[in-house]
Design a binder for this molecule. Structure first.
Ligand code: ZN
Length: 91
């Protein structure tokens, strides 16, 4: 098999786990939280991306930056400031 000698290898640990090398994950765009399917094909395991974890984004303005999570919603710094100001005006 071509290139076999250069493939990164991983040893299965006592709990049956292996590490997916960072270079492979980055090459595929797989990130923490993504869900993979695992199936056997002949003598091989095939890993396939099933669910990609959405990038965190502000629930108010939709910008891809998150400062805090409240009740499962992410809120960015500037929206937090806006909320704080609104509360001050009301208070
Ligand atoms: Zn925001």
């Amino acid at each position: 098999m071509k290139g076999m000698m250069n493939l990164p290898s991983q040893r299965i640990d006592g709990l049956g786990r292996i590490l997916l090398p960072k270079g492979l994950r980055e090459g595929l765009g797989w990130e923490c939280g993504d869900v993979l399917s695992i199936r056997k094909e002949g003598g091989k395991l095939i890993l396939q991306l099933m669910i990609q974890q959405p990038d965190p984004q502000c629930a108010y303005c939709g910008r891809p930056d998150r400062a805090v999570s409240v009740n499962g919603k992410d809120i960015c710094d500037s929206c937090l400031e806006g909320i704080a100001e609104a509360l001050e005006v009301q208070g």
